[in-house]
Design a protein around this ligand. Structure first.
Ligand SMILES: NC(=O)c1ccc[n+]([C@@H]2O[C@H](COP(=O)([O-])OP(=O)(O)OC[C@H]3O[C@@H](n4cnc5c(N)ncnc54)[C@H](OP(=O)(O)O)[C@@H]3O)[C@@H](O)[C@H]2O)c1
Length: 215
C-alpha cells in the first residue's frame, strides 16, 4: 500500500505556480500560509522535487506564528531526485530526508544522513514514483503532502498517484504564462482530468479550494 497523497499548491488567481524566472514566494496571503503549515502538521511527510530544492531551498517545517514545531513532531522531508546532483548546501539535506532516486546518488562533497530509496523509471533518468511510494510506509510514512513543483505535480497527475488536492489561490494575477501548475501541454479538452470540488473557503485575501482527484 502506498501513502495517502495530498497535492498542495499556491497559485495566482489565473492559475500560475511561479513566474517565468522561478520566483513564487509569496503568492498566497499570510492566512493561507498559516493554514498550509497546519496541513503540513497533519501529515507524516512532505515531498518536493529536485527542481524545487534548487529554486526555493525550502525547509518544509511546520512554523506557526513565531513558533517552529519541535523536531520530533515535524513531518519528514522527502526529495524526488533526478540524475543531476542535489545542491550540497540545500537545507533539506540537513533534516535527515528520505530521497527517492533513479540510481545511486552523486557524491556532493557533504556527508548526508538520508534514507535513499532507489526506484528507477523505465529510462533510468527519473524516479518510478509508484515503486518509490510503496516503500515509504516501511519508513513510517502513511500520509504525504506533495508540495511541488510543476514537473512532479504532472507526473503524479498522469500516474493517478495523488488522492486529493488543496489549492490556495492568492490575490494576484500573473497576467501571462510563467509556470503552470502542471508542466506540459494541454492538447485537447478530452485530455483534462475531471475532479470534484469538495470545499471552498476564504482565508484572508486567499481562497482555499479542496478537490477530490478520483471522483
Ligand atoms: N507555488 C507553489 O506552491 C510552488 C510549490 C513548489 C514549487 N514551486 C515552483 O516550482 C518550480 C520548480 O518546479 P520544477 O517543475 O522545475 O521542478 P520539480 O517538479 O520540483 O522537480 C522536478 C525534478 O525532480 C526530478 N524527478 C525525478 N523523477 C521525477 C519524476 N518521476 N517526475 C518528475 N520529476 C522527477 C528531476 O530532477 P533532475 O532535474 O535532477 O533530473 C526533475 O527535474 C520553482 O519555480 C518553484 O518556485 C511553486
Amino acid at each position: 500500500m502506498r501513502p495517502t497523497v495530498i497535492l498542495k499548491a499556491a497559485l495566482t488567481l489565473d492559475g500560475q505556480l511561479a513566474a517565468a524566472d522561478g520566483t513564487s514566494q509569496w503568492i498566497s496571503s499570510p492566512e493561507a500560509r498559516r493554514d498550509a503549515h497546519r496541513l503540513r502538521g497533519s501529515v507524516d511527510a512532505v515531498m518536493v522535487g529536485a527542481g524545487t530544492v534548487r529554486a526555493d531551498d525550502p525547509r518544509l517545517t511546520v512554523r506557526l506564528g513565531q513558533h517552529e514545531t519541535p523536531a520530533p513532531g515535524q513531518p519528514r522531508p522527502v526529495i524526488v531526485a533526478g540524475r543531476r546532483a542535489l545542491p550540497p548546501q540545500a537545507r533539506l539535506l540537513g533534516r535527515g530526508p528520505i530521497i527517492l532516486a533513479p540510481g545511486p546518488l552523486e557524491a556532493s562533497g557533504r556527508v548526508i544522513e538520508a534514507s535513499v530509496i532507489e526506484a528507477p523509471g523505465p529510462r533510468g533518468e527519473a524516479v518510478d514514483l509508484e515503486a518509490g511510494l510503496i516503500r515509504l510506509p516501511a519508513l513510517g510514512v502513511e500520509s504525504l503532502l506533495l508540495e511541488g513543483g510543476a514537473r512532479l505535480f504532472r507526473s503524479f497527475l498522469d500516474a493517478g498517484l495523488a488522492d486529493r488536492g488543496v489549492l490556495y489561490y492568492g490575490p494576484l494575477l500573473a497576467g501571462g504564462t510563467g509556470r503552470p501548475l502542471f508542466r506540459g501541454t494541454w492538447t485537447t479538452l478530452e485530455d483534462a482530468h475531471p475532479v470534484r470540488v469538495t470545499s471552498v473557503r476564504r482565508l484572508g485575501a486567499s481562497i482555499r479550494v479542496d478537490i477530490d482527484l478520483h471522483p
